[in-house]
Ligand binder design. Structure first.
Ligand SMILES: [Mn+2]
Length: 340
């Protein structure tokens, strides 16, 4: 582990010994890594701290609701008053799997006003938030990996609680697309080995995420492969569109298109993929790449988003047609950067 990280973790240990009200927060639309890292940390801290809460900005997909402690997670959207009070009373505020307060949207003003010690644990590039303690490393697979490093270095137990091990395994598994990408560092697998030793139920978790699709989700996937996908051979790019009609036809539920953006990357010579989902208020976009093309920059320049070099999100408030035209135009402009 980098020396700068060990110093930060040592600072965190001292801080935890002097403070009592701990609040853990994640970004809006929490994914497996956000939920895994927050419950991994929560279950760990709970074994020696009484007052720990997790507050998420909004709801998250049904298939992520299976970990120990999940029933204690407070949703800011539906419990705004309670969440606000808890954040205001916090003396340690964890910022997990994001590094810019605006990613919590409506929760942001309350977090900004908080006088708590802010502890950032994250693997996204270019932190915006000025944290008191920053455990930030873009070279790791996931925030869960950093939470593991922090918990194991603080060394309150000889082994992580099983509930934490399960949660952290979930985040590493989902952020690497089931150990396909972003995990070339042997350390990731060393951590996974330690999680399995601590009792992580790998098969149960794999089943929850990859073997629990609804019939509608499978139908939507079929639609995406057959009708929704366009391959731009000359630009090594492919994209999927889920329009209003498809949303209605397959009774789209949050999370139903999770991971679909990766599908086009299975096509030979496709190095850049995107998915456009036409929600009522806006178009949600995800980008993925294999190789050199920096999708976070692409998204940040044209589609109000950001993320990692090979995985980023975005958003458009224009019509679907205008959004796609802009996308095609920009793909042409950047065509020579899209290679492996
Ligand atoms: Mn993550």
């Amino acid at each position: 582990m980098k020396e700068s990280l060990t110093t930060q973790i040592d600072k965190l240990k001292i801080c935890l010994e002097n403070k009592s009200n701990i609040v853990i927060t994640v970004h809006r639309n929490p994914d497996g890594d956000a939920i895994g890292s927050s419950l991994g940390l929560y279950n760990y801290l709970k074994s020696f701290h009484n007052n720990v809460n997790i507050i998420v900005p909004n709801a998250y997909p049904q298939d992520l609701h299976f970990l120990d402690g999940d029933d204690t997670v407070i949703n800011f959207d539906t419990h705004t008053e309670l969440s606000t009070r808890i954040i205001n009373e916090a003396d340690i505020l964890f910022v997990l799997d994001y590094n810019d307060i605006t990613r919590t949207e409506d929760m942001a003003p309350i977090l900004k006003d908080s006088k708590a010690v802010k502890v950032l644990i994250d693997h996204h590039p270019n932190p915006v938030l000025e944290a008191d303690i920053a455990i930030s490393d873009t070279s790791v697979s996931s925030t869960c990996e950093l939470v593991y490093e922090a918990c194991s270095r603080m060394d309150y137990h000889n082994m992580l609680p099983k509930s934490s091990a399960n949660a952290l395994y979930l985040g590493i598994m989902t952020d690497t697309g089931n150990f396909r990408h972003n995990c070339n560092n042997p350390r990731t697998f060393e951590i996974v080995a330690r999680l399995l030793e601590a009792g992580a139920e790998k098969d149960m978790i794999t089943g929850q995420i990859f073997e629990s699709y609804t019939k509608n989700r499978m139908g939507l996937m079929g639609y995406c492969l057959n009708d929704g996908m366009t391959v731009l051979d000359e630009h090594n790019t492919a994209y999927i569109v889920i329009n209003r009609e498809a949303i209605n036809k397959f009774n789209f539920k949050k999370g139903d298109a999770e991971g679909f953006v990766n599908i086009p990357l299975s096509i030979k010579n496709v190095y850049f993929s995107a998915i456009f989902i036409e929600f009522e208020q806006y178009i949600k976009i995800s980008f993925r790449s294999r190789g050199q093309f920096a999708v976070n920059k692409f998204s940040n320049s044209y589609f109000n988003g950001g993320g990692h070099r090979n995985a980023a999100g975005g958003k458009s408030n224009s019509s679907l047609t205008d959004t796609l035209n802009k996308f095609l135009e920009k793909v042409k402009e950047h065509s020579d950067e899209i290679y492996y």
